[in-house]
Design a protein. Sequence first.
Length: 203
Amino acid sequence: MGDMWPLCVDLDGTLVETDTLHEMLLALVRVHPIRALIALVSIPRVKAHFKQMVARYSPFDPAALPYRQDLLEWLRSERVAGRKLILAAGADSKVALAVSSHLAIFDAVIASDGRMNLTGENKARAIRAYLGSGPFLYAGDSRADVKTWSASAGAIVVNPTRSRLQALARAAVPVVRTFSDGPGGRRQSARRRSYCAPPASGS
């Protein structure tokens, strides 16, 4: 479906098997507890600013993230075939750009920027602003992705649930492909430790 329509890919829970904000906040609490507290105080004002503060001060290594290998391999094959790939992340732009640079498969990055929290309708509008009125595919995993799927021409669904598939059916959005968890839960936990590790002394 969609020939070479652009494909927009969510980060947390989709491309990676974790939530980068939660993981980075835990790491920040360990290495800079005062800065973590300051970041938490900012949540009621602007969540995008909170994400930006956590990303600015927390240790982060995109190479250590628990990437969903089956999806990543498929994305690489789609890129080789000529499809335009866009990382459309609710995470802060610093995180999304680091992931994009590490993987080297994305043509563009759309992400939260300290002012706009790029989830739900905000993400759908940002994708439309970037791509214009043409059709696109969207890969996501959660209820927060339903608004973006609804604006798309086709859905790639990670860990599909009955409620997600029903929401897509109601929105008349065809499911192009699904990816489901296999017996890889331990691998995520093992890699999380290195991902959240604080920087080495003196770094």
